[in-house]
Design a protein around this ligand. Sequence first.
Ligand code: 13P
Ligand code: SF4
Length: 308
Amino acid sequence: MDLHQKITKLKKQKNAVILAHYYQVPEIQEVADYVGDSLGLSQKAAETDAEIIVFAGVHFMAETAKILNPNKKVLLPDLMAGCSLADSCPPDAFKKLVDAHPDHTVITYVNCSAEVKALSDIICTSSNAEKIVNSVPKDVPIIFAPDKNLGKYIQKKTGREMLLWDGACIVHEAFSIDKLLKLYKEHPGSKIIAHPESESHILETATYVGSTAGMIDYVKKHPSEKFIVATEAGILHKMQQEVPQAVLIPAPAEEDNTCACSECAFMKMNTLQKLYDCLLNETPQIEVSEEIRKKAILPIQRMLELSK
Ligand code: 13P
Ligand code: SF4
């Protein structure tokens, strides 16, 4: 049996479910029970009746699944799979900001630690950020953390002034505007689509801005066109499966690298072998202290409720 077959057999034996993000390597996406964006993955984690959740994504995603499922084993193939955006918001510094603004509603992007979630009022993802911000009464001031690029984009969309945390994703900040415009000229008639973690000069060139799931849905509505895709290149696997006739070109990064695109080194730490090993040995497991979990689950549940 090859690794894919071994994993499929083992997950049935152990009543495990494999949840994978679109940025995972193709072979992991192929063995997963569900591939989705951050919102879809947390919704699946909230409703699964499997005994074990194997999270093929990064730490904050698996941690969110654990917060929702304290009695289940939640496994992450590589515990070092972190997130630059989550790291840009240390809980102690964030607490100081929150404590200094007791009248503000704290909306926090899901890409953060459980400790930061525990300090928040409502979690959001890039799929629902606009809706979540609009759910807060207009006279209530908002702290938005940790992604300043998503925050600026939502400020523009909603017309709300928000106090923004100065965090960013290294993968989405790596896109080069000069190379992107050059590529666009080389492909007349193409459409640029972008993830809102990208900087505003990139977003201004895009005909569609949205979450990874939103970008796939948009392309599905225009299946025979040509797209320049400004997000992590792992998305191209599922996107191309959904729209086989579309031409998909990854947006270029500033630095020349092997893929001439932008890849998340954290997401790519997970491999099929590590996925198999972690399911077999049921380790590494995600743990969250009960004190933090009880606080962190409230803003996640508010988000899930508002996203129905
Ligand atoms: P979404 O999958 O919610 O679009 O987020 C992208 C991302 O950067 C996840 O870390
Ligand atoms: Fe974090 Fe950016 Fe990687 Fe997403 S792509 S996990 S935001 S570093």
